[in-house]
Design a protein around this ligand. Structure first.
Ligand code: PGA
Length: 255
């Protein structure tokens, strides 16, 4: 059985002071909810102070990006060595990084391998644009992203990572996908591609989240789908709504 996992992607929001105040506000309420893995992904500078606040809880911590080299002349970058020991997860290949910062499938694949080399669990983002969605290219595009991301990984590595299916047209737009629509892409395309590349057991073991305008009022629709194991939450993870989303997820999955 796959343990549900809800992750909050804060993106470029909250100062250190704001991050600390917010985590103090939600941490024990969040921690009370069992049976669902909970992860918070603040900006890099807030990771260390938030880590301290999470010590008395079982809430996981993640970064939002990482470079694949361990160290060197890469001004402005953060390496897996720096994240190791600080957090357990790292979001890789988010569509905003692909769109605004030139991330490629190949770079994302190198980052995933670097994360594994240092014991970090990648949350790998894939998803199609509105144009691709409307042109009926979702399956081909998402399958291609999955193939490129997983290139050269062992089945054990694939089973332990997390994939976030985030249709770009649903991110930050208030227009979420439907539960059935997201379930079809996750079940048929994402798990189907993994079954093709590895085997059915691996495809069934990997946890896949939905992301894009997830809110307390639509999370139940996603969590009630058989192939959706959780959510990557942006805007709503900046507010106490995040606790509500986790609580509803636990209820719907009956854990
Ligand atoms: P959103 O963002 O929930 O604000 O749509 C999701 C994401 O980009 O991870």
């Amino acid at each position: 059985m796959r343990t549900p996992i809800i992750a909050g992607n804060w993106k470029m929001h909250k100062t250190i002071e704001e991050a600390v105040a917010f985590v103090r506000e939600i941490r024990f309420k969040l921690n009370e909810i069992k049976g669902v893995d909970k992860v918070i992904c603040p900006p890099f500078v807030a990771l260390a102070p938030v880590k301290e606040l999470l010590v008395p809880t079982d809430i996981g911590l993640g970064a939002q990006n990482m470079y694949f080299e361990e160290q060197g002349a890469y001004t402005g970058e953060i390496s897996p060595l720096m994240l190791k020991g600080l957090c357990q997860y790292v979001i890789l290949g988010h569509s905003e990084r692909r769109a605004y910062f030139g991330e490629t499938d190949e770079g994302v694949n190198r980052k995933i391998k670097a994360a594994f080399a240092h014991g970090l669990t990648p949350i790998v983002c894939v998803g199609e644009s509105l144009e691709q969605h409307e042109a009926g290219q979702t399956e081909e595009w998402v399958s291609g992203q999955v193939r490129a991301a997983l290139d050269g990984l062992t089945a054990d590595q694939v089973r332990s990572l997390i994939i976030a299916y985030e249709p770009i047209w649903a991110i930050g737009t208030g227009k979420a996908a439907t539960g059935a629509g997201a379930n079809a892409v996750i079940g048929l395309t994402i798990r189907g591609t993994i079954a093709d590349l590895y085997d059915q057991a691996t495809a069934q073991a990997v946890r896949v989240q939905y992301g894009g305008s997830v809110k307390p009022n639509n999370i139940a629709e996603f969590m009630s789908q058989p192939d959706i194991d959780g959510a990557l939450v942006g805007g709503a993870s900046l507010k106490p709504d995040f606790v509500e989303i986790v609580r509803i997820s636990a209820e719907v999955k009956g854990v």
